[in-house]
Structures are given as structure tokens and as C-alpha cells.
Design a binder for this molecule. Structure first.
Ligand SMILES: Cc1cc2nc3c(=O)[nH]c(=O)nc-3n(C[C@H](O)[C@H](O)[C@H](O)COP(=O)(O)OP(=O)(O)OC[C@H]3O[C@@H](n4cnc5c(N)ncnc54)[C@H](O)[C@@H]3O)c2cc1C
Length: 519
């Protein structure tokens, strides 16, 4: 990788920073000690404190590599059941400590960073990994009661013997938990229909400082504003989600896919729009621009690719893929005669096409990103959504803003790639990846200029500050511009009702209640 980067960006060489070892870290002393009753599930070891100091944003990884750990939690708690979560929140209230709910720590927006200012006696990170079971399965309604701290692979493993699956696969699937997904309204691999985890949530149970809030299991309800919708996306500021009933699916048996090549990105966008409005609801409808196709190895950089796929547990999906192929061709897409792949239980199908190459690059991306940072690159991914009628101008404006910011920080040779990850009937969710050579010691300032330029352009041109990466502490200033002021008041009132002392995740989504310095 280092050699490829050096040649791509014309660098004399690439220096690789090694990750820190524990004895290199100089952590501030813990300001809190748990009561005896909680001591067995609490740790203030340097390993646990350093390991829970950051999420996984570019800024987090750089600060880790720079051996900067200014705000580690004072205590990391590992509850095994809901009773212990309640006891931990009670202790935080008594001690005047902030409580940071922690799933897999894969937040890329400062969602788990215990930087809460001086208004608290200390910080306690509550790591939910001990709540990791599928507790109950309702085969008839095809739903399961699942604990919030379970990681993606373990969740699927526990459902597999029943032939069931949640089929929610964010790119961070391996490193993130059910509670984290619900708290951030994460986006999975389905390009249509079930785009966010929200679509699989039947009911939620959460511990708040005021008691337990549990919604009723219902397939649908028109009874007022939804309690589930209050908790989904609450990012740990209203309560700690301990379990949820989730809607499941049978494991798919029939699959079909195709890859269409486009000479013009705009034609690819039109094809994606046609598919999004066709009523076919493809499970995959990802448009990769030529740069994204090249870096993922799915293409040679000369054309834009539209990856289309359908799946079903119930019926062959051949008619769907054939109709989708027609629609892509109608918009100028080139699809080889043997480019349509149809698979069933008896025919596992071949790999090695552009779609499977892109998929393995997608799964490797978390590892690749960390390596790029260690090699001194500036890397940023940001995502948003916008209606179809504004997409062309939006895309041009955002890309131009990022390019100009890269020029401004002396990283003009960097590249900006785009893929459309989800498509709705009224608009796409574009996802941008920026990679540029950084200047030693200035990586963070360079990155920040690009990040601010991108976020400002997104807001100015009418998009959302996030389609699925959440708000956290890092996106708050743009979220404040996006949300209606009266809604901000209503959210703050809900926070006041559930967490009157402002213990939970200060600084996320809302201004911190005790005058913390903004991140
Ligand atoms: C390489 C990479 C790829 C990614 N790809 C995707 C993607 O495809 N789709 C996507 O949506 N996101 C993606 N993300 C972002 C991140 O994985 C998601 O936000 C994920 O949902 C976070 O889950 P987690 O369990 O790691 O939560 P954490 O990072 O631990 O926490 C996230 C937020 O939720 C709160 N929280 C966590 N658990 C609970 C709980 N039980 N109750 C209440 N609050 C809680 C935390 O306080 C924090 O504010 C990616 C991140 C990385 C590093």
C-alpha cells in the first residue's frame, strides 16, 4: 500500500507510524473510584481507559497515533445485566459523574469521547458488551428480543440455527453493536426499503436516570408520536438501550445481480433514479463513480459502475433483475451478455465479478482506512442525502468545495470519490471518500479544513449533515443549523424529563448542560 500511495501521489516515500504501546501513554489519574458494590464490574486500568477514550474517526485515529489521550474515562464499567446498568447510573448521579454509553466504539463523530468539560466530577464509560444474547425468538411474528451490547457477527451467529437473520450489515458490522445501531440510526447494506436499522425495530427497552422506558411490541401504530422514534437516533443522551425486539427475515436463497457500466456519471444517476422509482426495490443499487470503482478494484477507472442486486428467501428473482437490466440499458448502461448472475440454493454462483470485488474492498475498508492514517494520509468519508431534483448541482458544489479545500491545504493532488449507497424514491444518499497526502504534524489541521468545507457545502446546498453516521459531538454545530429551533427546544425538554441532571453523554446532539467546552 505504501508503495502504491507513494507512486500515486508522487511522494519520495511513506513513513508509517506505529500504534502506541501502553507504557508510552501518560494518562491523567482517574478522578473517581466506584463503590465496593460496583468495583467488580469496573476498571480503571490504563488499557481499558485508553481503549475507551476515542471512537474511530480520522481525528480519533490520528490522536491515538500521536499518543494524545487527554480525556480518557476515569472508570470503564462492564455491566452484565440491566440491574447493573441501573446501579451504575445511580452511582453516576450520586457522584456527579457523566455517563457515556458505549457499544462497539465505532462512532466516527465523537459519540463516545468522554470530553464533557469541568462541570462533572468525572466520566464513567458504560460498555455494554456483556449484554450480548438473543433472549427470545417469536418464530410466528418472525421477531426476536435481543440484548443491546451484542456485536453484529454474534447476533447473526445466534440467529443462524433458526434459519433467521437480521440482515443489517453496516460496513462496521464486525465492530459495532445492536444498541449502537439503534442509538445512531445506522445504515445497512440494503439500498432500498430497509435502509436504516429503524425499519427492523419493533420495540425498545432503555434505562434512563428516571427509570425504565419500554415501548409496546407492535407491527405498526398510529398512537401519537412514537416512543421508538424518540429513542432511535438519541445517541445515548436520553437513556441506555438494554434490549430491543427486532424484526427478522428468513435467510435469502435466491439471488441475482448485474453490473452496468456508464460513460457518463449523470446517466448512471438517471438509471439509479429510474430503479428507485420502479417499484422493484433492489437490495443493492450502488452507483460507484469511476474513482471509487478504481480504488476499490471493481473497475479500471474509465467508467462509472451501477451494481444491482436482488435477493429473496421465497422466490426466484430473475424477472426483477431482467427488468432492472432493461432499465439500466435504457439509460445508456452497458451490461455484458454474461454480466447477469443468477444464483439459487443449488447454484452458489461464481465470484470475481466487479460486484464481488467491490464487496470485499468494502469489508476490508475499516482496516485499510487505519493503515492509510498511519501512513500520514488525510482520509475522510462523509455522507448525506438530497432530493433527485437538486442532486446534480449539490454533487458539483460539494465536490468543488472539497477540491478547493484540498488545494488550500496544499493537498491538491488528493482525490475525491463518490458512491451512492442508498436510493429513495425521492433522492439518493451519496457517500464521499477523500484521500490525500498529509503534511507531517499538520494532518489534523488539513483534515479539519476539508471536513468543514464539506459540511458547510452540504448544509448550504440543502443536504443533511448525516444520512447514517450520526451527529455525536463532531457534527453538532451543523446539526444545530439543520434542525428546526422549536424541535431543538422539544428535544431539550425530552432530555430534561428523562435525564434531569444531564448525566448522559453531555455534548452529544445538544449543548452540554454543564458548560463543557465544545469539541
Ligand atoms: C470503518 C467504519 C465504517 C462504518 N460504516 C458504517 C455504516 O456502514 N453504516 C453506519 O450507519 N455507520 C457506519 N459507521 C459508524 C458506526 O459504526 C455506527 O454509528 C454504529 O452504529 C455505531 O455502533 P457502536 O456499537 O460501535 O456504537 P458506539 O460507537 O459505541 O456508540 C455510538 C453512539 O451511540 C451511543 N450508544 C451506543 N450504545 C448505546 C446503547 N446501548 N444505548 C444508548 N446509546 C448507545 C453512544 O453513546 C454513542 O453516542 C462506520 C464506522 C467505521 C469506523
Amino acid at each position: 500500500m505504501a508503495a502504491t500511495l507513494a507512486s500515486r501521489f508522487g511522494l519520495a516515500g511513506v513513513e508509517i507510524t506505529e500504534p502506541p504501546t501502553l507504557d508510552e501513554l501518560d494518562l491523567p489519574s482517574p478522578r473517581l473510584a466506584p463503590p465496593d458494590s460496583l468495583a467488580p464490574i469496573c476498571s480503571s486500568s490504563p488499557f481499558d481507559r485508553a481503549g475507551h477514550a476515542y471512537g474511530k474517526s480520522f481525528r480519533d485515529v490520528v490522536r491515538g497515533l500521536e499518543r494524545r489521550f487527554d480525556h480518557p474515562p476515569d472508570v470503564v464499567a462492564f455491566p452484565h445485566d440491566e440491574g447493573e446498568v441501573v446501579a451504575l447510573l445511580d452511582w453516576c448521579a450520586d457522584a456527579g459523574a457523566a455517563a457515556i454509553p458505549y457499544g462497539g466504539g465505532s462512532s466516527v463523530v465523537g459519540g463516545v469521547e468522554p470530553e464533557v468539560g469541568d462541570g462533572y466530577a468525572g466520566t464513567v464509560t458504560i460498555d455494554l458488551a456483556g449484554l450480548d444474547g438473543v433472549l427470545e425468538i417469536d418464530r410466528t411474528s418472525r421477531a426476536a428480543r435481543i440484548q443491546a451490547g451484542i456485536y453484529g457477527p454474534a447476533l447473526e451467529e445466534q440467529l443462524r440455527p433458526q434459519g433467521l437473520t437480521l440482515r443489517h450489515f453496516p460496513q462496521s458490522f464486525e465492530f459495532s453493536t445492536l444498541g449502537g445501531w439503534i442509538a445512531t440510526r445506522s445504515g445497512g447494506h440494503f439500498a432500498t426499503l430497509y435502509t436504516h436499522v429503524d425499519d427492523f425495530v419493533e420495540s425498545i427497552r432503555a434505562v434512563t436516570p428516571r427509570g425504565v422506558l419500554e415501548s409496546r411490541r407492535l407491527p405498526g401504530s398510529g398512537a401519537g408520536p412514537s416512543p421508538d422514534r424518540l429513542l432511535m437516533g438519541s445517541e445515548g443522551i436520553l437513556g441506555i438501550i438494554t434490549e430491543a425486539w427486532m424484526r427478522l427475515q428468513d435467510r435469502p436463497v435466491f439471488r441475482a445481480s448485474a453490473v452496468a457500466r456508464f460513460a457518463s456519471f449523470d446517466d448512471g444517476v438517471e438509471a439509479a433514479r429510474a430503479l428507485s422509482q420502479s417499484g422493484l426495490y433492489p437490495s443493492n443499487c450502488r452507483l460507484l463513480d469511476a474513482a471509487e470503482a478504481l480504488t476499490s478494484g471493481a473497475g479500471d477507472g474509465t467508467s462509472h459502475l451501477l451494481l444491482i442486486a436482488f435477493e429473496s428467501a421465497d422466490h426466484p428473482v430473475d424477472p426483477w433483475i431482467h427488468r432492472a437490466v432493461e432499465a439500466a440499458r435504457d439509460h445508456g448502461g452497458a451490461i455484458d451478455e454474461d454480466g447477469v448472475r443468477i444464483r439459487s440454493r443449488d447454484n452458489a454462483g461464481a465470484s470475481g465479478d466487479a460486484a464481488s470485488t467491490w464487496r470485499s474492498a468494502f469489508i476490508r475498508a475499516p482496516y485499510t482506512r487505519d493503515a492509510l492514517v498511519a501512513m500520514g494520509m488525510i482520509t475522510e468519508t462523509f455522507e448525506t442525502s438530497i432530493t433527485w431534483d437538486r442532486f446534480a448541482d449539490f454533487h458539483e458544489g460539494v465536490t468543488a468545495a472539497v477540491r478547493s479545500a484540498l488545494d488550500g491545504v496544499g493537498a491538491g493532488s488528493g482525490w475525491v470519490a463518490c458512491r451512492v449507497t442508498h436510493v429513495y424514491r425521492d433522492g439518493p444518499a451519496p457517500y464521499y471518500t477523500v484521500i490525500a497526502p498529509g503534511r507531517k504534524g499538520a494532518q489534523l489541521e488539513q483534515w479539519e479544513a476539508v471536513k468543514i468545507a464539506a459540511a458547510d457545502a452540504i448544509l448550504r446546498l440543502g443536504g443533511t449533515i448525516t444520512h447514517h453516521h450520526a451527529v455525536g459531538r463532531d457534527h453538532r454545530r451543523w446539526y444545530e443549523q439543520q434542525r428546526p429551533p422549536l424541535f431543538a427546544d422539544a428535544l431539550a425538554a425530552a432530555k430534561g424529563a428523562l435525564d434531569p441532571d444531564g448525566l448522559l453523554n453531555p455534548g452529544v446532539l445538544l449543548e452540554p448542560p454543564r458548560g463543557a467546552s465544545p469539541t
